[in-house]
Design a protein around this ligand. Structure first.
Ligand code: HAS
Ligand code: CU
Length: 557
């Protein structure tokens, strides 16, 4: 029986969340294309510089904040319900958070549109990293606050389901998918508290005119406290797919359940106390503290390196089950024609490169070379823009039939789509990285560099601009293919054809009982995570206060 038949309400909530995510990725993708073409001097005369920033803000907010959050909540609604075998506790609560979550981005998006449509009296060109001193209309911040609060509601719903389940299964280990979803949501509660404080106590009162000014260093620190950890809130749903489904797509089983739990707990503990690596160039934070957080950043590589090992080993196990042999020729036995598999595997390959770039970013001294250059967008288009986004698309091909009861349509288009994304992203992000090394800045519509000659790794901006334009075009075509497959599947007739999808999720080779039960003690792990945050952020904030943050007469801006 398909998921939609067993849990029709939860299937509907998952579908609705994924539908909003798709609207966001569709509009955000179009703005991405305009963005890249504008940067490459291709459509420069169409927009004013202010409109460029509005487009950039819309692209970032829709892709990085709206698409990711909604897709994650939809995916976890499925994963938690399926693995616990029970639905949400109270439907009114579920509708409540979904409504808040949906109203928020609409409000923020309309605020951004103010810059593009003259009759909307709002403005928001503050980018998706919306810290001071850039200021937007209050509606922009209210919208984002609603999105965050709504997503907290979803987290509460998952915890509530787990609590109900534990009442009936007191001595059973938490099912792996629920474990991963709950660990991710706990990380989200912890890190989004920083941005909630920033918005509610500083940015919103400031943009309403209630307080005359805010302190940029403090609000930036609050932002990056959130802004680093949020990247793992995006990544962990992809890991959820790589751990629980990619081994199955490969034809095998995950190697170790406990190892997956340890990885998620390491993220819960180590993701938040490293945000200063986004502030290496900020004055007002001591070099010693930056050094400490650089070292902590290198610790957070560990769970990803463990993932690389386990997931690739599980894929190899699958390939050998399918008859693969040899040291590397087993790779040929993998189902490269199945987009659910190829999307995840290509996303993983790209993430290996994106993670390597992350290691470069994290070096206190090397960071000075790439900070604020277009290298950084190159890095995050590999990570969130591919490791995460392509995995989400890939799993949609497998999940959507189970959520709708409709068979996937346009299978050939679906099979080609991940490869188009892969090639487009390799080309585009390569250009971004190389331009970044040559010093081309990010987040700017000006100056234009066509007159400048470089002796750095690019032969000229003509070449890299061409890659930017071409790569972005391929990505856009790939996104359109994805949306066509999804929309056409959605429009299909329920039950008209067999689903041709097996929804069974196999147990890992080494099960949960092989590991210690303390791994499931979320209260303990969450308490340690909070303690680490207090240590990592208490000291810099105490230093800021010492330096006169609240001193009478201090000029905040
Ligand atoms: Fe980052 C900036 C450091 C990971 C996203 N990062 C950003 C920004 C974003 C972002 C959005 O230290 C820009 C923010 C802004 O607008 O200013 N990042 C890191 C480090 C990691 C890292 C050390 N980042 C991510 C992830 C992101 C993300 C994940 C989103 C999802 N990043 C930085 C730093 C900056 C930064 C500095 C600031 C730069 C500046 O100056 O502004 C690490 O977590 C990376 C670890 C990853 C690995 C790779 C493991 C490989 C795996 C692949 C397995 C293969 C498979 C497939 C499954 C070590 C797991 C195999 C296939 C076969 C066929 C075999
Ligand atoms: Cu970071």
């Amino acid at each position: 029986m398909a998921f939609v038949d067993e849990h029709p309400f939860e299937a509907k909530i998952a579908r609705l969340n994924i539908a909003v995510a798709l609207v966001a990725v569709g509009i955000g993708g179009l703005f991405g294309l305009l963005q890249a073409w504008f940067r490459a001097d291709f459509v420069r005369s169409f927009f004013s510089p202010t409109q460029y920033y509005a487009i950039l803000t819309a692209h970032g907010v829709l892709m990085a904040l709206v698409f990711t959050t909604f897709f994650t909540v939809g995916l976890f609604t499925w994963g938690v319900t399926r693995s616990l075998g029970r639905g949400f506790h109270d439907r009114r609560v579920t509708w409540g958070w979904f409504t808040l979550m949906t109203l928020g981005p609409i409000l923020s998006f309309v605020s951004v549109l103010g810059e593009l449509v003259s009759w909307i009296p709002l403005h928001a060109t503050v980018l998706y990293t919306f810290y001071a001193p850039l200021e937007a209309s209050p509606t922009f911040y209210v919208g984002l606050a609603l999105l965050v609060v709504g997503s907290w509601g979803a987290g509460v719903d998952f915890l509530w389901s787990l609590y109900d389940w534990q009442q009936h299964n007191p001595d059973t280990r938490i099912p792996l998918q629920t474990f991963m979803a709950v660990a991710t949501m706990l990380l989200w509660f912890l890190c989004s508290a920083g941005v909630a404080i920033e918005v509610v106590f500083f940015l919103l009162p400031w943009s309403l005119g209630w307080i005359p000014a805010v302190n940029p260093l403090l609000t930036r620190t609050l932002f990056w406290y959130f802004g680093h950890a949020v990247v793992y809130f995006w990544l962990l749903p992809a890991y959820f797919v790589w751990y629980s489904l990619l081994p199955k797509f490969s034809g095998g089983r995950l190697l170790s359940d406990s190892l997956a739990r340890v990885v998620f707990l390491l993220f819960l503990l180590l993701s938040t106390p490293v945000g200063l690596h986004h502030q290496f160039s900020d004055p007002g934070i001591s070099q010693g503290l930056k050094f400490v957080q650089m070292v902590s950043t290198y610790f957070i590589l560990l769970p990803s390196l463990m993932t690389a090992f386990t997931v690739v080993a599980s894929m190899e196990h699958g390939a050998r089950q399918r008859g693969g042999t040899g040291r590397l020729s087993w790779l040929r036995a993998l189902p490269w024609e199945n987009p659910a598999f190829s999307g995840c595997a290509l996303a993983g390959l790209i993430f290996a490169a994106g993670g390597f770039g992350g290691m470069v970013n994290a070096g206190l001294n090397i960071n000075a070379m790439i900070h604020n250059t277009i290298w950084v967008p190159g890095h995050f288009h590999l990570t969130v823009g591919t490791a995460v986004a392509l995995t989400f698309m890939a799993v949609t091909y497998w999940l959507l039939p189970q959520l709708t009861g409709k068979r996937l349509r346009h299978r050939t288009l679906a099979a080609v789509q991940p490869y188009l994304w892969f090639v487009g992203m390799v080309v585009m992000s390569n250009a971004m990285h190389r331009e970044g090394l040559a010093g081309v800045p990010r987040r700017t519509s000006l100056p234009q560099y066509s007159q400048v000659t470089f002796n750095l790794p690019i032969t000229g901006l003509g070449e890299t601009h061409l890659q930017l334009v071409g790569g972005a075009a391929l990505l856009f075509v790939s996104l359109c293919c994805f949306l066509v497959v999804v929309l056409q599947t959605w429009r299909g007739e329920r039950g008209a054809m067999p689903l041709a999808v097996n929804g069974h999720v196999p147990e890992p080779l080494s099960g949960a009982d092989a590991g210690p039960g303390i791994l499931d003690d979320f209260r303990l792990w969450f308490a340690i995570a909070v303690l680490l945050v207090v240590i990592a952020y208490g000291i810099p904030i105490a230093q800021m206060i010492q330096h006169g943050l609240f001193a009478p007469g201090s000029a905040p801006i």
